[in-house]
Structures are given as structure tokens and as C-alpha cells.
Design a protein around this ligand. Structure first.
Ligand code: ZN
Ligand code: ZN
Length: 411
């Protein structure tokens, strides 16, 4: 069972290791209203670490749903200037961002998808140039989760409220590496080091492409961009502050060549997109683009993702996650990408991370495109790793190097 002391440790981990808040730095928190108790712990920890100020954006699934149901498409598509100005000002002041997840998966499933889509389009269009701050790691950011009954009941519908909450809480704290008597910060330092070693090994091969095969029917070639860098285990800002953007993280990720993806891929877990849970889906790629797809559930939502913009039907990320990762071993489907993407190898449709190209964070959009990078306002991860997944790395001289056998790293 998760004790009060473990929430204290999680708050400390979030501030000291997750965002690694620096003295005199402002912090901005995004949280659900139900998590006020945990947020108070985080804010106290932040001030004790020397935060200059702490601001908070509160949300609630019921209120979000009302806004979509009652506002017109025109109103939802009109993003006020102050939304842009406020974020811009926060970036100018080098604000660190902490997001606390506990939302009920699929809470917006009954909302008109045209409205969700219109709001997203408008929001991303309005704030497109602000995205670099987190995408290029110009400032620290971190996302982690805490359990809620609403979330737990989606994960464990057969259990009582109390049992479901307890079970989800145990799982979240375990995969976030916080236990009753451990030192989570030390554990995270060791874990980061291990991920960095895997990334270094992948970088030393400088593969031209990867070949994925699995018992699900996946048979996919993913070429990597020239001068690519595999990244795992934390990021560093231009000021040299090391932080962990995702807690948990189990991945080493890289940038696919936009026009270099061929074959078929079967998703191995559902995808929660725009409040809908898309299930049993596959994509066929030609010259990097999704040319055919199907889904047993919520196919329309998948179609909207693929047609969102030009780049949302091309890949922006390929990530290797061992089948034996703690999230995978928990055997739980969290219905939340932060967790589920760390249970299996995944791909993302849409925007790539510039840090996956040497010098990419200093490149203009045109330079990134010239390197073969994708560009999109979307970045949607979906899982395709399985326990039987094999991955071969293909070197520039044609040498084939086994990378994964039966779901895990060979090296
Ligand atoms: Zn990833
Ligand atoms: Zn991703």
C-alpha cells in the first residue's frame, strides 16, 4: 500500500530529479483538481529547493467535457492571445514545467470529435513556435502520475473503488521506482546510467535501418536519419541542467527517416487519442507514409489523427523498450501513454525530437527537413513491441547485427 511518506518521496523525486529545479527558477504545474494534496507537497518541496515562484493550471475532466459540449466550434477554434503571451513570458523567464497525470482514460470519448479536432488544430497553430521550448529541451520539463479512483476503475473495472485505487497506486509507485525504504533519487541515477549505456551502444553501430519482426505479423523496415543520435535516460538543457522528462522511462529513442519506412506494423496495445481508446489497429507504410490502415474500435479517431496534417501520417520517433521492463512486467494496461509506451517498443506518428540529430536542437526547421526529418503538430506514440519481437540492425555496409531477440536487448 502507498503510504503518505511515499507521496513525500515522489514529490521530492519530481522536483530534485524530474525537473531538477534550480535555485531562483519559476515552476509551473499542471494538475487535476483532485490531486491538491499531492500538489501541496510538490509546491512545498519546490520552494524548499529554491523556487522563485510556483504557478498552477488546474483541470477537471467534467469541466473539460462541459467546455466542449457547450462551446461552439467557432469559440473553441479561437485561442485568445493571452494564452500565447503567458506561455511566451514563462519561457522568457526559464520556467520549469511539471505535469501530474491522474485523468480518467477516455473521459472525453462522448465529445464531438469535430470539436476536439478543431480545438487541437487551433491550439497547435496558435502556439506552434512555443513548442520548441520543451521539444528542444530549452527548459526542464517532467511528467509523472499519481493514482485516482476514476483512472483505477478503468484499469481494474472488476475491483471495488478502494481495491482498484490501491492496486493502481502500488503499480505507479513501483514503476516510478519509489518504494517504502529505497532512495529513489539514487535508483534513478543508476537507471539513467543503464539507459545511456544502451543508447551509446546503438550509436556506436550507426545503423542505416532497423528491421522489426514479430509473431503479431509486424514486418517493418525503419531507416534512420543521417547523423542520428539514440537518446535514453534523461536530457540536458543548453545551460547544462540534466533532467528526466518522463517518469517512468525505459526507452532508447531515435529519429526515423521521413520517407524511409516500409512494411506493416500491428499495434500491440490500445491508443488513447483525443479521449477515445483506439483498439486492434495496424498501419501499412510505403515511402514512409501510412497508405492503408484499419482498427477494430474507433477507426474514425485514427483517421482524424492520420489526416490531421501532412506529417501526421509519417513517423517522428522509433523507440526500443525491453519486454522485461518493469512496466511490461506489471502486466497492467494503464490506458495512458506515459506508462504504456514504457512497456513496449513504440513508434510515434508526427513530430520528431530534434535532439535525435547531431546539432538538431540548433537547426532551423528547413535544416531539419533537409536531414529527412518529419514535421507535424502531432506526436502520438503507439506500441507495437511484443514478447517475441526480433530486431536486426542493418549497417551501412550491409552487415546485420542482432539488437533484440524475443523482446529484449541482445547486448
Ligand atoms: Zn518514446
Ligand atoms: Zn514519443
Amino acid at each position: 500500500m502507498v503510504s503518505e511518506k511515499m507521496y513525500d518521496k515522489l514529490a521530492e523525486l519530481a522536483i530534485r530529479k524530474g525537473v531538477n529545479l534550480q535555485k531562483g527558477q519559476p515552476l509551473h504545474i499542471r494538475a487535476n483538481v483532485r490531486d491538491i494534496g499531492f500538489v501541496r507537497k510538490v509546491v512545498k518541496e519546490a520552494y524548499e529547493a529554491g523556487a522563485k515562484s510556483v504557478s498552477i493550471d488546474w483541470r477537471d475532466e467534467e469541466l473539460s467535457k462541459m467546455n466542449y459540449d457547450y462551446q461552439s466550434i467557432e469559440t473553441l477554434s479561437d485561442i485568445p492571445q493571452w494564452v500565447y503571451d503567458r506561455t511566451k513570458l514563462q519561457h522568457d523567464h526559464k520556467t520549469a514545467y511539471l505535469s501530474i497525470a491522474s485523468d480518467k482514460p477516455g473521459a472525453l470519448k462522448d465529445v464531438d470529435s469535430a470539436k476536439l479536432n478543431a480545438y487541437q488544430q487551433a491550439y497547435y497553430a496558435k502556439t506552434a513556435d512555443l513548442m520548441a521550448y520543451t521539444m528542444n529541451n530549452e527548459g526542464q520539463w517532467c511528467i509523472l502520475g499519481v493514482p485516482s479512483v476514476e483512472w483505477a476503475k478503468v484499469v481494474f473495472p472488476e475491483l471495488s473503488d478502494e481495491e482498484a485505487f490501491e492496486k493502481l497506486g502500488d503499480a505507479i509507485f513501483a514503476v516510478t521506482r519509489v518504494s517504502k525504504d529505497n532512495d529513489p533519487i539514487k535508483e534513478w541515477e543508476d537507471h539513467d546510467r543503464e539507459l545511456i549505456e544502451h543508447a551509446d551502444k546503438l550509436n556506436s553501430y550507426n545503423f542505416e535501418k532497423l528491421h522489426f519482426t514479430s509473431e503479431s505479423g509486424t514486418d517493418l523496415y525503419v531507416s534512420l536519419v543521417e547523423d542520428h543520435i539514440w537518446v535514453g535516460g534523461g536530457c540536458t538543457t543548453p545551460d547544462g541542467v540534466f533532467f528526466d522528462p518522463n517518469m517512468p522511462t525505459e526507452e532508447c529513442f531515435c529519429m526515423p527517416l521521413k520517407k524511409g519506412v516500409e512494411g506493416i506494423v500491428y499495434a500491440s496495445k490500445p491508443l488513447s487519442y483525443n479521449g477515445k481508446v483506439i483498439e486492434d489497429f495496424w498501419f501499412r507504410f510505403e515511402n514512409g507514409k501510412v497508405v492503408d490502415f484499419d482498427a477494430k474500435k474507433e477507426k474514425e479517431a485514427l483517421k482524424q489523427l492520420l489526416e490531421f496534417d501532412e506529417g501526421s501520417s509519417y513517423l517522428g520517433e522509433v523507440a526500443l523498450v525491453p519486454y522485461d521492463s518493469p512496466v511490461s512486467k506489471s502486466g497492467i494496461l494503464f490506458f495512458d501513454t506515459l506508462y504504456d509506451e514504457n512497456a513496449a517498443c513504440h513508434l510515434a506518428l508526427g513530430r520528431p525530437y530534434p535532439e535525435n540529430i547531431k546539432g538538431g536542437e540548433q537547426m532551423s526547421k528547413e535544416e531539419l527537413l533537409a536531414h529527412g526529418a518529419n514535421d507535424s503538430l502531432q506526436h502520438e506514440d503507439f506500441m507495437f513491441g511484443t514478447k517475441e519481437m526480433d530486431i536486426d540492425g542493418i549497417c551501412k555496409d550491409g552487415t546485420i547485427v542482432p539488437v533484440f531477440r524475443k523482446g529484449n536487448f541482445v547486448f
